[in-house]
Design a protein around this ligand. Structure first.
Ligand SMILES: NC(=O)c1ccc[n+]([C@@H]2O[C@H](COP(=O)([O-])OP(=O)(O)OC[C@H]3O[C@@H](n4cnc5c(N)ncnc54)[C@H](OP(=O)(O)O)[C@@H]3O)[C@@H](O)[C@H]2O)c1
Length: 200
């Protein structure tokens, strides 16, 4: 399969690209690096990316910006970023990508465990994650040409925890997290949320 990975230069995306590249042709997309550059916050940029990449069999997103902040400190910009980038950026990959994905192809988006297991400071991330899961569940009912759409829900990634100076013993490695993305692309499910620990 020819697979476009948006966010392929990131912690999870790199592991997904590595895992897929032995069996598939991977095209990497990132904000500042990759085979193609894209800004998820811009529909024009997403459209330009699909035009330059051409037809693919699967689109994976391991991108999406949203910030941690206490509820009392969340300003309009914090909500806007989560909604326009993490949520609508990934939704727009499906809306704009449909004509560039072959029959039977798939979209795999990234949500996260904070939708169902929130913590103080996670409001806008949890909100975007929950909306992404609901988007995939409902859009799956209407996508045509055999297209599938799923979300992967990662837990805290070990490498991320280490980068943040945290104890990473409760985390899941990026390589193990990547296994859920492989399952979503190579499997037949649609409308599902794949909890990363279930595939590790
Ligand atoms: N890591 C975790 O512990 C964890 C846990 C749960 C959920 N998640 C979710 O998983 C996803 C990936 O996390 P990560 O830790 O792998 O992130 P990361 O290491 O920060 O990588 C993010 C990737 O997204 C790209 N990107 C950044 N801004 C972008 C934009 N405006 N448009 C398009 N691409 C953009 C980056 O490209 P550049 O490198 O070029 O900037 C990079 O490839 C996020 O949605 C995150 O919320 C992560």
């Amino acid at each position: 399969m020819k697979i476009l990975i948006v966010g392929a230069t990131g912690t999870i995306g790199k592991a997904v690209a590595t895992a897929l590249s032995s069996q598939h042709e991977v095209i990497s997309a990132g904000f500042s690096d990759g085979d193609v550059k894209v800004d998820l916050g811009s529909k024009a940029s997403i459209e330009a990316m699909f035009k330059s990449v051409g037809q693919v069999d699967a689109v994976i997103s391991t991108a999406g910006l949203a910030g941690f902040a206490p509820f009392n400190e969340l300003d309009d910009a914090a909500y806007d970023l989560a909604l326009s980038n993490k949520l609508m950026g990934q939704v727009n990959l499906v809306r704009l990508g449909r004509n560039h994905v072959s029959d039977g192809g798939s979209f795999t988006l990234t949500a996260g465990i904070l939708s169902r297991n929130p913590m103080p400071g996670s409001v806008v991330i949890s909100m975007a994650n929950g909306a992404l899961e609901s988007f995939a569940r409902s859009a799956a009912l209407e996508l045509d040409r055999g297209h599938r759409v799923n979300t992967v829900s990662p837990v805290f990634v070990k490498e991320t925890m280490e980068m943040m100076g945290m104890d990473s013993s409760t985390g899941l490695s990026a390589a193990d997290t990547a296994k859920a993305y492989i399952a979503a692309v190579e499997g037949g499910m649609t409308g599902q949320t794949l909890d990363a620990p279930d595939y590790a």
